[in-house]
Design a protein around this ligand. Structure first.
Ligand SMILES: Cc1cc2nc3c(=O)[nH]c(=O)nc-3n(C[C@H](O)[C@H](O)[C@H](O)COP(=O)(O)OP(=O)(O)OC[C@H]3O[C@@H](n4cnc5c(N)ncnc54)[C@H](O)[C@@H]3O)c2cc1C
Length: 443
């Protein structure tokens, strides 16, 4: 059964792109269950109690979630059922290691990724091997109270999902196929290739992992089993450690439940964010900052619900450091637009990029969107795909088109400030402004 619970989620009710993904994921699950998926909306405790009564169930089981609001809710449900002599069991269906099992010698949580992962996780028992899909699953008849999928109202009323529809195949089978293709063809060059947004070397499994259509354990073991056929151990190690970063995000959220809202490093509480940032924020959201790599990333996000990791770092640094807009704004926009929006990874990602997280990028590491673009999208192919106004710019000038000679701009049909925006600010000046702001947190 599936229960859509927006009330307990509060501020963290799913955003638009996640709801869109969820609709298609439930549709596919229902099909796999021969139309036997029960769908509800509302307060899970009341819905479950009613169903337990109707079916005379003696046991209720579920997979654990780690968002603070879900932990609180599920704890209450567990207690209520136990009081009513109904057996309750929860399982780990989504993490490689439980957050409470990995602690330092002094029994406190790790705050730095490498010792957490290498010493804490890898020295523990290896992630369990996934079981095969059962050959037969017994299901109840659909309850008379079950809603139709359409009644959940997850799809957008304004049709912004056409490109997303073409981009994604949302089913468990598609997730398995994606993993197979990745392991067979792309994993070998993952370590290097994962830096280039136009290359096919990342798995793009994140939304499937988030929604539980494939587990981290499956990804881990399928990749590890491929060690025999790939010649690049470093690539395998890097991919497994990225799954480790996902674990670390959940780990931080579990041990520091304030992760989505509060700076983990409290000295950032006095950071002087810019005021009146609406215009800059809107330019960033719409992919109209005048910096091609940033604009390409933001438009990839808006049109496909996904953004390549390197570009997430570049656009994040741009918002927080060059524009001095609070990381909460970036976190919120990603939350609404990403199909893989995940409270743990999104909050940890934004705290990392803002420099205020547990094991964050140092604040002074400010990604330069021009040099990042020259290095990781040298020919400008990624930019051309998402910023069609610049499609005819030569590679030499595509990274900073306002610096191109007039005749080059004219030949490419680009008019800066007319059909492609002027840069919203100067990179050098904004970098100095950011460093001066950061200096105030050191007092
Ligand atoms: C500002 C910011 C916000 C982010 N928000 C999210 C989010 O909401 N949801 C999300 O799943 N990821 C988020 N990430 C992490 C990362 O960008 C994505 O997981 C990755 O780009 C997904 O693409 P992929 O599946 O092709 O990754 P791959 O490179 O193929 O990696 C495989 C898997 O490892 C995990 N992973 C990889 N990198 C990271 C990372 N840095 N942190 C945590 N897990 C990682 C993901 O589950 C990913 O699917 C964010 C990163 C940043 C910098």
């Amino acid at each position: 059964m599936y229960i859509l619970d927006d009330k307990n989620a509060g501020d963290w009710a799913m955003g638009g792109a996640s709801r869109w993904w969820l609709h298609h994921a439930l549709e596919s699950l229902n099909k796999a269950l021969n139309g036997k998926l029960n769908i509800f909306q509302g307060e899970p405790q009341a819905i479950l109690s009613k169903l337990v009564e109707e079916t005379s169930a003696q046991t209720v089981v579920w997979n654990r979630c780690y968002e603070p609001w879900r932990i609180a809710r599920d704890g209450d449900i567990k207690m209520a059922f136990k009081d009513a002599d109904i057996e309750v069991e929860s399982f780990n269906g989504s993490l490689l290691w439980e957050p409470w099992q990995v602690l330092k010698k002094d029994q406190t949580p790790y705050k730095v990724f490498t010792p957490y992962y290498r010493r804490g996780c890898l020295s523990k028992v290896a992630p369990r091997k996934p079981l095969a899909v059962p050959s037969k699953i017994s299901t109840l008849n659909v309850s008379k109270d079950s809603l139709s999928l359409g009644e959940l109202g997850l799809l957008p009323t304004i049709k912004w999902d056409t490109q997303m529809q073409a981009r994604w195949d949302i089913s468990e089978t598609a997730a398995q196929d994606r993993l197979d293709d990745f392991v067979m063809a792309e994993l070998e060059d993952y370590r290097e290739g994962r830096n280039f947004p136009d290359k096919a070397n990342v798995s793009r499994l994140s939304p499937y992992l988030h929604f539980g259509q494939i587990s981290s354990n499956t990804a881990w073991h399928r990749a590890a089993d491929a060690a025999a056929i790939i010649n690049n151990e470093d690539s395998l190690d890097t991919f497994l450690s990225e799954l480790g970063w996902r674990e670390f995000s959940y780990y931080l959220l579990y041990h520091f439940p304030q992760l989505p809202t509060k700076n983990l490093q409290v000295r950032f509480n006095v950071f002087p964010w810019a005021s009146n940032t609406e215009k800059d924020l809107r330019a960033w959201q719409q992919g109209k900052t005048g910096y091609p790599l940033v604009d390409a990333g933001m438009r990839e996000l808006y049109s496909t619900g996904y953004m390549h990791n390197r570009v997430r770092m570049v656009v994040g640094s741009f918002l927080v450091k060059n524009l001095l807009v609070h990381w909460h704004e970036g976190e919120r926009w990603f939350w609404d637009c990403l199909v893989d929006a995940d409270l743990a990874s999104n909050s940890a990602g934004w705290q990392w990029i803002a420099g205020c997280g547990a094991d964050a990028a140092p604040f002074f590491r400010i990604f330069n969107p021009i040099t990042q673009s020259e290095k990781f999208d040298k020919q400008g192919e990624y930019i051309r795909r998402y910023v069609p106004e610049l499609a005819d710019m030569p590679a030499k000038y595509i990274h900073a088109p306002w610096l191109a000679p007039a005749e080059i701009l004219a030949a490419a049909g680009v008019e800066i400030g007319v059909n492609y925006p002027e840069p919203v600010m100067d990179i050098k000046e904004s970098r100095e402004r950011a460093l001066a702001a950061f200096a105030l947190t050191k007092n």
